[in-house]
Design a protein around this ligand. Structure first.
Ligand code: FAD
Length: 119
């Protein structure tokens, strides 16, 4: 008897919430399995395998970014909180951090045909 697991998306699949990627990973992890299911004619084995292959490296990068961001925003020590506050008051440093986040979160997504074209 096989074990059947549903495909997961968003926080359940990527768990990259606090890096500021949570909404992005949720949207991407809804778009890709939907597109792959349509492309595979509903064959979930093919679709979910491709979903994982396409998004695993992206999700792992986002998770790593989330780990770092979590420690930055919720530091263990008071000095960490003071450093964080000082950094967030400097627009140039803030811009650098946002740029670093963009590099982590970049992902090339397939273009799927419109649903009507798949019928
Ligand atoms: C304080 C805070 C700030 C954030 N800021 C940002 C930000 O600036 N940028 C960003 O990109 N992301 C941010 N995030 C993360 C982002 O909100 C989440 O990553 C994103 O909402 C995940 O979407 P999701 O659909 O996977 O999960 P959710 O939005 O958590 O949706 C899951 C849904 O499932 C429902 N549910 C759970 N269990 C069951 C069940 N058994 N049966 C039925 N329904 C169930 C829940 O009620 C919920 O409605 C932030 C998160 C927090 C908490």
């Amino acid at each position: 008897m096989g074990v059947h697991l549903p495909a997961q998306g968003g926080d359940a699949a990527c768990g990259a919430t606090i890096g500021g990627m949570g909404t992005g990973t949720a949207v991407v992890a809804a778009y890709v399995p939907a597109g792959e299911l349509a492309r595979a004619g509903g064959d979930h084995r093919t679709a979910f395998a491709r979903y994982e292959w396409l998004l695993r490296p992206f999700a792992q990068r986002c998770q790593k970014g989330g780990d770092r961001t979590g420690r930055f925003f919720a530091p263990r020590w008071a000095i960490g909180a003071r450093t964080r506050d000082a950094m967030l008051r400097r627009p140039a440093l803030l811009a650098l951090m946002l740029r670093a986040g963009e590099q982590v979160a970049g992902v090339d997504l397939p273009t799927y045909p419109p649903a009507a074209a798949l019928d």
